[in-house]
Design a protein around this ligand. Structure first.
Ligand code: TIU
Length: 221
């Protein structure tokens, strides 16, 4: 067991029961011309967390603990994309439309893949998910059960959309959830702060929060 100096109080990390979930560090959210940019967002904010996220991934790899990556994307025929999701908002390009990195948020396209700096090792699990939450319509729950995992550390984008949704799904399924605060980002800094505040409120109603250094130090103990 290791103690992570976390908010709202220390997180007791049991390495044998812990996995890292890296949410949607895809070009479509992080690079110009992708889904995030078509929604009108400044994607440069999100690139800034790549080095801290890489340090967190390296810490888990060094400790021999599972690293699981997710990608928000859809089948080429859009059979897993509800029309309500595709038609929402006023993006300049919709899911499935051709863009500079291939079709927006479509599995197998360059834009839907994970940025080079954080690319999964061949041995690591990659979950393609049609929703914002990583448990909905994916094998994630069964994979974690198979590994005996009951504690999850979270990184990725965006804090208040896919990361928070997945943490809430995990919390309801009984996992203890810890968010790496400098390895997650939002297009809206005030939403990131509010999401973290909501997660740790009421004595960790959804989970805990700590920095990458605090988490990696505990893994090294
Ligand atoms: N991965 C994820 O958060 N998907 C989003 O659509 N996020 C936005 O903030 N739009």
């Amino acid at each position: 067991m290791a103690t992570v100096k976390a908010r709202p109080f220390d997180f007791t990390l049991v390495p044998a029961k812990t996995a890292l979930i890296v949410i949607d560090m895809q070009r479509d959210f992080i690079e110009p011309g992708g889904f995030g940019a078509t929604l009108g967002n400044d994607v440069s904010l999100l690139r800034a967390i790549i080095p801290a996220t890489a340090r967190l991934i390296a810490g888990f790899r060094k400790a021999g603990l599972p690293v699981i990556h997710t990608r928000e994307c859809h089948a080429p025929d859009l059979s897993d994309c509800p029309p309500a999701k595709r038609t929402r908002g006023k993006p300049s390009l919709r899911i499935g439309d051709p863009g500079p990195m291939g079709r927006i948020l479509i599995a197998g396209e360059t834009g839907a893949d994970i940025v080079e700096e954080l690319y999964p090792l061949p041995s690591e699990t990659v979950i393609d998910k049609p929703g914002k939450g990583a448990f909905y319509a994916t094998p994630l729950g069964d994979i974690l059960a198979g590994k005996g995992v009951s504690q999850l550390v979270f990184a990725g984008v965006t804090t208040e959309v896919c990361v928070q949704t997945t943490m809430r799904e995990a919390n309801d399924r009984g996992y203890e959830c810890l968010l790496a605060t400098d390895a997650t980002e939002s297009y809206f800094p005030e939403f990131k702060k509010a999401a973290i505040d909501m997660i740790i409120a009421q004595s960790a109603i959804v989970g805990w929060a700590a920095t990458v250094d605090e988490i990696v130090e505990a893994l090294d103990d």
